[in-house]
Design a protein around this ligand. Structure first.
Ligand SMILES: C[S@@+](CC[C@H](N)C(=O)[O-])C[C@H]1O[C@@H](n2cnc3c(N)ncnc32)[C@H](O)[C@@H]1O
Length: 194
């Protein structure tokens, strides 16, 4: 993996949730969608690949009593350090491709906002396909190819240059052997004025 990306997350780990947590309501909303789209059951073995500080793993554990720890994989030890050290999580500091190549069997995988960092997509997704049990589900979550965030135009162009298109990912997943479904989730920010 790129040293630049690794250093970036090492440096921002302490403030990652200040930047990306948004609000309790947002995290609960997205987590509900994750649980629904994964058809998550108490007995599932769930991998959170590129889990970061575990914002969504922690909220899944708030909403459900899983029988197994969530396996949280990330290449940044400083991001993983933000995850509670208890039996609800098993943290693994490892590159996603390296992890996917290990022998292991699990039935649910979430990859949220990691995929734009991966160059060897076919290798990663192919390895994960092999490790998933029959009927297992991989949930890939990413932002759309264009965004209308209030950023300066160079930043928006850079984003568009690097953000993978979900259509290409859907084709690749189908080629590997996955049954693919695409869904769009919108969250409407509510502003209050005093
Ligand atoms: C944008 S954050 C997303 C974190 C989390 N999934 C979320 O939605 O809050 C991307 C995460 O992927 C991790 N990451 C980047 N490249 C990786 C790789 N090749 N293998 C494993 N983790 C990686 C980073 O350290 C970072 O924690």
């Amino acid at each position: 993996m790129s040293e630049f990306i690794h250093n970036h997350y090492q440096q921002i780990a302490g403030i990652f949730e200040d930047l990306w947590f948004y609000s309790e309501d947002f995290v609960q909303f997205i987590t509900n969608k994750i649980i629904e789209h994964l058809s998550l059951k108490n007995t599932d073995i769930l991998i959170d690949l590129g889990c970061g500080t575990g914002i969504y793993a922690k909220e899944i554990n708030n909403q459900m009593q899983l029988h197994n720890p969530i396996i949280c994989v990330d290449s940044s030890n400083k991001m993983l350090e933000q995850i509670p050290n208890n039996i609800k999580y098993k943290c693994i500091e490892m590159d996603a491709i390296e992890f996917s190549a290990l022998s292991g069997t699990y039935n649910k995988i979430i990859i949220k906002e990691l995929i734009h960092h991966i160059n060897e997509l076919e290798l990663l997704l192919g390895n994960l396909f092999q490790s998933l049990t029959n009927g297992g589900i991989l949930l890939l979550i990413l932002l759309p190819p264009t965004i209308d965030y209030p950023l300066f135009s160079t930043a928006l162009r850079k984003y568009e240059e690097f953000q993978p298109n979900y259509n290409n990912l859907a084709s690749l997943l189908a080629k590997i052997g996955f049954h693919v479904a695409v869904d769009f989730v919108e969250y409407h920010e509510r502003n209050s004025q005093v």
